[in-house]
Design a protein around this ligand. Structure first.
Ligand SMILES: Nc1nc2c(ncn2[C@@H]2O[C@H](COP(=O)(O)OP(=O)(O)O)[C@@H](O)[C@H]2O)c(=O)[nH]1
Ligand SMILES: [Mg+2]
Length: 363
């Protein structure tokens, strides 16, 4: 059994696969007979909260097949009017800090409040090491079996832009399926934190208490992005250190200029393992949402994010079209060897390539 197959997430994914579901046999037969349901059928099923169809639609979103993408786009457009009604929370932190454990505890807390929780991930490295950050050490065993939770590992892809776009689209599908709490886990590699920050309402940074000097080792820019820092593993011998760390982070955060919405990032302590402080984190996020909705900042931020993703998607598409063009691929190789032989400059090479791409479009 591969590492991936052992993960509880794969089991969860399994629940969503038609072959292994407990769906009624009539539904199974229907799914088998007509391999690809219509857009209308997809949308109806998603809106009724059908996990099998939600999973299949996400698979279409993640597919690189053009036919699948076209269908995915039609499903997305039809689902859009039913989306948006959720709180989107991003969670980041170094590996081992307890993200998965925290998401499990937090997710269970949310479902205990009758909320429906979808957990997605942005991990561009998952396609390289074949693992998922959601499926590593902690498998969220309780959350996977919760009927009000839907967990989906990171889409695979070569570029962060691609992975992030697929996750954003999956958010829309999950919301249309009635998930009112969307949690997006990311590991702090490269630009993935920035990507997740630009698709969530609230961005949470998990930290561990160290031996003093708490700001050491914290990535530049992450403080500006975080709406809250939660010092995890505040249990046992670590309880005191966590409290000290809280004071230090609070002091440090006050040195930063206030955010656009006047929100001063909060620092809390929690123990994901012992289920301590989870309710406090929930209340804080809730206060934030109420406050930013009152000030219309909530919608403003989402609009800004939509605009950002519009431009981002255009950039991505332009690049993909360019680099995937076989003519360009060939010419690029020629230009590179010309460049290596000192026969041309990067700028004239680039111009020739771009011109070639333009010419091709005209014919
Ligand atoms: N003592 C303690 N251990 C924790 C806590 N949260 C997570 N852990 C442990 O830390 C390890 C890494 O946790 P995991 O959730 O997989 O971290 P991730 O890599 O950030 O997702 C696991 O062995 C967890 O049991 C906590 O609050 N207290
Ligand atoms: Mg994890």
């Amino acid at each position: 059994m591969t590492k991936k197959n052992k993960s509880a997430l794969t089991e969860k994914d399994g629940i969503s696969q038609p072959e292994t579901t407990n769906k009624s046999s009539a539904e199974k037969i229907k799914l088998n007979r007509r391999k690809q349901p219509s857009v209308k059928e997809f949308v109806e099923k998603i809106l009724s909260g059908n996990i099998t169809f939600l999973s299949r639609a996400i698979t279409l979103v993640e597919s690189t097949n053009q036919k699948h993408q076209k269908k995915a786009n039609e499903i997305l457009e039809a689902c859009l009017p039913y989306a948006n009604n959720s709180v989107r929370i991003g969670i980041t932190g170094v590996p081992g800090v307890g993200k998965s454990t925290f998401i499990e505890a937090f997710g269970k807390y949310l479902t205990s409040l009758d909320k429906k929780v979808a957990v997605l991930a942005v991990d561009p490295s998952s396609s390289i090491n074949k693992g998922s950050i959601l499926g590593d050490k902690t498998r969220m065993e309780q959350l996977v079996t919760d009927k009000n939770a839907f967990i989906r590992p990171s889409p695979s892809g070569t570029s962060l832009g691609g992975v992030a776009q697929k996750t954003r689209e999956s958010i829309i599908l999950c919301e249309a399926a009635g998930y009112d709490s969307i949690i997006i886990e990311t590991v702090g590699v490269g630009q993935s934190e920035t990507a997740v920050h630009s698709m969530v309402d609230f961005f949470l940074l998990l930290k561990l208490a160290g031996a003093g000097d708490e700001l050491q080792g914290i990535k530049r820019g992450i403080i500006e992005m975080a709406d809250a820092i939660v010092i995890n593993k505040a249990d046992g011998d670590n309880t005191k250190n966590a409290k000290i760390a809280k004071i230090e982070f609070n002091r440090a955060l006050h040195l930063y200029p206030p955010k656009e919405n006047d929100w001063i990032p909060k620092v809390l302590v929690a123990s994901a393992l012992k289920n301590k402080g989870i309710d406090t984190v929930y209340n804080m996020i809730n206060d934030y949402i109420i406050d930013t909705k009152k000030k219309s900042f909530f919608d403003k931020k989402r609009n800004k994010q939509n605009k950002f993703w519009l431009l981002e998607t255009i950039n991505q598409k332009l690049k993909d079209n360019f680099y995937n063009d076989p003519r360009i691929k060939e010419l690029l190789n020629t230009e590179i060897s010309q460049l290596e032989n000192g026969k041309t400059t990067p700028f004239s090479s680039a111009n020739r390539l771009l011109k070639e791409s333009e010419n091709k479009k005209k014919v």
